[in-house]
Write a protein that binds this ligand. Structure first.
Ligand code: GTP
Ligand code: MG
Ligand code: ZN
Length: 300
């Protein structure tokens, strides 16, 4: 038996993985067993099998960002230092998706940052207003015009990304590819190499991809992921949801009933805070929407 080596998963596509060795060589690997458990960002043990490799095991993870509906779990990436949710005024972003991504990040213990892109467009004003509750609850919101003011955008992003592994999430059209191309001059080359190895097309939007920002020794990386329509949060028990929302959290423990779910109960400190304007109506509405989803019994 050949020896097991350590590597990092830098792309995944179905059962195929690209593993990067510590001396930066990339090897197409297959996962042992029925289903690949490894995701981008994982450290894995693998061994050679001809020109290719077989992943034999996944090292323990620091964290894992995933979404979960009633039936399926979909992992984004592992061992992250941060998540950058990129949104824009045009196309108008779904606040529900944004809120859900932030709850998932909080649940996984990963700090999140919001990038408001396309601030050159008139629609930015409305988007900025919709993001005000997020800025107020302590999520950094950085304004970007990735296409029309790239130098300023790079300067705003660079210190946030330095020395960290950051997953970029966001709806289609928000500017994720524009961001990757701005921050990673070798992006085309890196993605071309991966596409060739996976035998997939040039625009592999179904693939999650790791990009080094500059010299890998500096440890800065961006992970590009495909967009998503649904963002299920079934990994979160309904009763824990409020504690994962930083604007609701300070009011917990002040309700009349110790087991208050902050929906219709009298003497609810969360609803009182909504009435005083300390929690925004949109955030409380999203709390209710997600809470109801998590507390409903599974459909058959
Ligand atoms: N006005 C304006 N347009 C921008 C800006 N940044 C990106 N765009 C444009 O927005 C469109 C979408 O950008 P992409 O980078 O392809 O968006 P994406 O998030 O990768 O989209 P998907 O690949 O579909 O998920 C392109 O036409 C960009 O040129 C900006 O700062 N201002
Ligand atoms: Mg794109
Ligand atoms: Zn309450």
């Amino acid at each position: 038996m050949t020896e097991l080596r350590l590597g990092r998963v830098v792309a995944s596509h179905g059962r195929h993985l690209i593993v990067e060795t510590d001396d930066r060589r990339r090897v197409l690997c297959h996962a042992r067993g029925k289903k690949s458990q490894a995701v981008v960002g994982d450290r894995v043990r693998w061994q050679r099998a001809g020109d290719e490799g077989v992943v034999e095991g996944v090292e323990p993870r620091r964290n894992l960002l995933f979404r979960q509906d009633e039936w399926r779990t979909k992992s984004f990436a592992a061992n992250l230092d941060g998540i950058l949710v990129l949104v824009a005024g045009e196309p108008v972003f779904s606040e529900s998706q944004l809120a859900r991504a932030l709850v998932a990040a909080e649940h996984a213990g990963i700090p999140a940052l919001i990038g408001l892109n396309k601030v050159d467009l008139p629609a930015a004003a409305a988007a900025r207003a919709r993001l005000a509750p997020y800025a107020a609850m302590g999520v950094p919101v950085i304004e970007l015009a990735l296409k029309t003011a790239p130098d300023a955008a790079r300067a705003a992003l660079a210190p946030r990304l330095r020395g960290r592994t950051t997953l970029v999430l966001g709806p289609s059209g928000s500017g994720k590819s524009t961001l990757i191309n701005l921050m990673v001059p070798q992006a085309d080359a890196q993605v071309g190499e991966i596409s060739r190895a996976l035998g997939s097309g040039r625009h592999t939007t179904t693939t999650t991809t790791w990009y080094w920002l500059g010299d890998p020794a500096e440890g800065s990386a961006l992970i590009d992921s495909p967009g998503f329509q649904q963002f299920g949060l079934h990994q979160v028990p309904a009763a824990e949801l409020a504690a994962l929302m930083p604007d609701l959290r300070p009011h917990l423990g002040h309700c009349r009933f110790y087991n208050c779910m902050h929906r219709h109960e009298p003497g609810c400190a969360v609803r009182a805070a909504v009435e005083r304007g300390e929690i925004s109506a949109s955030r409380y509405r999203l709390y209710g929407e997600i809470f109801d989803e998590l507390s409903a019994s599974p459909r058959w």
